[in-house]
Design a protein around this ligand. Structure first.
Ligand SMILES: Nc1nc2c(ncn2[C@@H]2O[C@H](COP(=O)(O)OP(=O)(O)OP(=O)(O)O)[C@@H](O)[C@H]2O)c(=O)[nH]1
Length: 550
């Protein structure tokens, strides 16, 4: 998300620019009216009136907007009948032009833009965990295990040590044992003290070999967010941590604004950005396909009438694209004619918002639709076991990434991962334990990769990772690190037994002109070679191997 430094100032600047350009726009409209006997001028007159009707109120000229809208309706009538303006209509327009002039001289104060939500510490930085555990070997083991998933763990041997340490602002969670040499409930007692003394707000997970009601009650009274019984299953712990840290700022919503009126589009963009929504603007509708691919909007906010093509035509085009069949398309228009609205909606749009619109109304209307869309999309795209993208969604993302790389001459890598001898895991420990291995790998990939990386589960024990703007050498280093980390994760079987397992990986770097299928095929071939060479390794596709040696 790119928020401008001061949105209120930027909006003020837009208003000033608009005010400066207004006399010229009115003169242009008057000129077009003077030549109205020439029927060719009428569309131009309507266009100018339409533009003023849509933008006037947004920039503080509501009276001008109303007059322009009336003028547009009159010209529209004549144009629809294919005739020149009648004498009566010309008189009305002359009066409306006077009203436009008056409206231009009486701007109203701008409505305030909602303040930005309070900033949160970025996700990448909120991975610090305090672990309070007197068994040094258990503490070290847990620290290493959590480290594989990208968490930083600080160990305290006693609750007293924790009480004496200033709380780090980046602290995400406290992991607290219950029993210490100092007392059978020393852990929860220390947390109560800490909460009072330092107003600890961080969630606490208690863990213990004790599984009795007294211990659990003490943990609950100390405000524990979860209770785990030793031996701790890392997968379960990671799941709890994820639940607790899920108040992290979600990926910002993305709104694509399509409007040939640049200042108006910018105004809407600033309004939405003030609510933390990321925006992209299209002023030339003919460039929309590239914007869709690059920006991947969660909603398209569209003007109805633009030169070159109308909003409805554009909506119909968007609906032809498989990836955008569901994305909400909302018109932001001065159109009030119900029939025309209905026709426009039939071509694929979801709703109409009427211009001018108050900033808070725009934000609220757009946010509701964005939330609904994200929930719907996650149901359709997620693999239910791991929460990663499913096969179809991953394929879509790969196609999109390939198109983007081709167009922008960028690089990306595709990594194909497959668990080694997974059938043995299922046969030895059972299908449920196999499932938890799959979940653990998914967690590791989610936690250790960038937000911009795309992770999907495309088959039973097959995963892929798309790494945008990453070359083969970088991808090799990264996946090899993940391979090693995963091989060290203690997978928990029944009766406290643990085992380790590995994956093999093939990586292909996108080569200019290649298709999504080509890239996938090359990654699969490299994966096959990794399996043939003994498993638990990362192999590059032939082409990439020749380009660099490692
Ligand atoms: N637990 C679990 N197992 C699954 C799932 N989907 C597929 N599998 C199992 O994954 C195993 C895949 O086995 P194979 O394709 O023979 O490969 P492998 O044993 O992993 O051996 P290599 O790939 O050659 O290293 C089969 O036993 C499948 O039953 C799932 O959702 N859960």
């Amino acid at each position: 998300m790119t928020n401008p430094p001061n949105i209120a100032e930027q909006l003020c600047l837009l208003r000033e620019n608009y005010a400066q350009q207004l006399p010229a726009k009115l003169a242009q409209l008057e000129g077009a009216f003077r030549r109205h006997d020439n029927v060719v001028e009428l569309p131009q007159l309507r266009h100018l009136a339409h533009s003023l009707a849509g933008s006037g109120a947004t920039f503080g000229y509501p009276a001008l907007s109303i007059a322009a809208r009336q003028l547009e309706t009159i010209v529209d009538g004549a144009l629809n009948d294919g005739r020149p303006l009648s004498l009566e209509e010309s008189d009305s327009i002359a009066r409306l032009i006077e009203a436009l002039d008056r409206g231009a001289r009486t701007p109203i104060a701008p409505s305030s833009v909602p303040a930005l939500p309070p900033s949160t510490v970025p996700e990448a930085e909120r991975k610090l965990i305090y672990l309070v555990e007197d068994d040094a070997s258990l503490a070290t083991d847990l620290m290493l295990q959590l480290g594989h998933f990208g968490y930083t763990v600080k160990i305290f041997e006693t609750p007293k040590q924790l009480l004496e340490t200033p709380v780090d602002p980046l602290l995400a969670v406290v992991l607290m044992d219950i029993v210490f040499p100092q007392g059978d409930l020393a852990g929860p007692e220390a947390i109560i003290q800490l909460s009072i003394a330092k107003q600890l707000r961080t969630p606490v997970i208690f863990f213990s070999f004790r599984n009795d009601l007294t211990a659990r009650l003490a943990a609950a009274r100390a405000g524990g967010a979860a209770y785990l019984v030793k031996p701790i299953d890392v997968g379960t712990l990671i799941g709890r941590l994820d639940d607790l840290i899920s108040d992290l700022p979600p990926e910002p919503y993305r709104v694509l604004i399509v409007d040939d009126n640049g200042p108006l589009a910018t105004h809407h963009a600033f309004t939405l950005q003030s609510a933390g929504i990321s925006t992209d603007i299209v002023t030339d509708p003919m460039t929309i396909l590239a914007h869709l691919d690059d920006f991947k909007p969660d909603l398209v906010l569209m003007d109805m009438y633009m030169p070159k093509c109308t909003g409805s035509e554009l909506a119909a085009v968007i609906r032809q694209l498989d990836n955008y069949v569901l994305v909400p398309i909302v018109y932001l228009s001065t159109e009030s004619d119900t029939d025309r609205r209905l026709i426009a909606m039939q071509l694929g749009a979801d709703d109409f918002l009427t211009k001018p619109i108050m900033p808070e109304h725009l934000i609220s209307a757009v946010s509701t639709r964005l939330r609904r869309y994200r929930v719907l999309r996650s149901h359709i795209e997620q693999d239910s076991l791991t929460g990663l993208l499913n096969h179809a969604a991953t394929k879509d993302r790969l196609t999109t990434e390939t198109a983007r790389a081709t167009r922008q001459q960028r690089v990306f890598c595709l990594a194909a991962l497959d668990l080694d001898n997974f059938k043995n895991v299922n046969d030895t420990y059972g299908h449920l334990i196999g499932d938890s291995v799959l979940k653990n790998l998914a967690e590791l990939l989610k936690r250790r990769l960038r937000r911009t990386d795309i992770v999907g589960r495309i088959g039973g024990e097959e995963f892929v990772v798309i790494l945008p703007d990453t070359n083969a050498k970088q991808a090799f280093g990264l996946l090899n690190e993940l391979r090693e980390a995963f091989s060290l994760v203690h997978q928990r079987a029944s009766r406290g037994l643990t085992f380790t397992t590995t994956f093999s990986c093939g990586i292909a770097q996108y080569q200019l002109g290649a298709s999504a299928n080509d890239v996938h095929l090359h990654a699969d071939e490299a994966l096959y070679r990794a399996k043939q060479a003994g498993r638990n390794q990362v192999t590059l596709a032939d082409d990439d191997e020749r380009q660099d040696s490692y």
